[in-house]
Design a protein. Structure first.
Length: 270
């Protein structure tokens, strides 16, 4: 899953090169998150491409540097796991510009809290080994996005995602929000863009229609293991069900999205 550099022109995508892709390929665009929530992991798993949105403004109230861990005992208690983050340019710092603060302490806290919550899972020993590259990154980089992207990659690898990863900072697209997302999706050769619940509030589907890209809303189920999918890290479901069972759940949800639910413009009620 090596990043690929592709280019568009700032004023138009006309004449820009675009990869040859099978019809129906899906694209998801999302910020790098720390051990992402199950709903986020499911959206990425459903896509053929994940464009890591790493050149937008960092948001402390988002999940870019933190996640919620849930206990395995069914008590529904949760605890924040956060990585101390320094913003060299203040609030205007981009995600890729955010830096690790106190990396040694943060590495220790990440390892300890994960072990505290999940060491009694039958799947913990294997997952603990998978965590080693992410934990080692605290010593080899000062970029927050390197660590958080690795944390997402390892979860995708655990459930056998076969897709490809690109980075928005490597791609040139127009500045308006919906148009930029549409341009980025177009550069992957996608025919479908997976839109999360947050994007539905502002997304203009007309920007995608210009590229003949269908916008498909993505929303995770709300029962069973999915009850806390929008609040809790996917690590919780992985430690409860194991990688094979979780992959089957993700594959079933992906097949539903392949059915092509059409985007409903919530602003117009259509």
């Amino acid at each position: 899953m090596t990043p690929t550099r592709l280019f568009s022109t700032p004023d138009s995508t006309a004449g820009s090169s675009r990869p040859d892709s099978p019809n129906g390929q899906m694209c998801a665009i999302h910020q790098p998150n720390l051990l992402p929530r199950l709903a986020t992991l499911a959206k990425l798993f459903a896509a053929d491409y994940w464009i890591v949105l790493d050149d937008v403004q960092f948001a402390r109230r988002d999940y870019q540097h933190r996640t919620r861990l849930a206990s395995l005992d069914g008590s529904q208690r949760t605890q924040w796991l956060s990585i101390a983050t320094h913003l060299p340019h203040g609030r205007s710092t981009s995600i890729r510009g955010a830096r690790l603060a106190e990396p040694v302490r943060c590495r220790r806290r990440v390892a300890q809290l994960l072990a505290d919550h999940y060491r009694h899972s039958a799947y913990w020993p294997s997952f603990k080994r998978c965590l080693e590259p992410m934990l080692a990154a605290f010593e080899s980089t000062d970029r927050l996005a390197d660590v958080t992207e690795l944390s997402t990659r390892l979860l995708l690898a655990e459930v056998g995602w076969p897709g490809r990863i690109l980075h928005s900072s490597d791609l040139l697209a127009r500045g308006e929000r919906s148009q930029r997302l549409a341009d980025l999706a177009w550069l992957t050769g996608a025919r479908t863009y997976l839109c999360g619940t947050g994007g539905k509030r502002y997304l203009d589907p007309a920007a995608f229609r210009i590229h003949s890209i269908e916008v498909v809303p993505f929303q995770a189920p709300t029962s069973g293991m999915w009850a806390s999918a929008r609040q809790v890290s996917a690590v919780h479901a992985l430690m409860l069900a194991g990688p094979y069972a979780l992959r089957r759940e993700l594959e079933a949800l992906r097949e539903l999205k392949r059915g092509g639910d059409r985007f409903k413009d919530v602003r117009s009620g259509s």
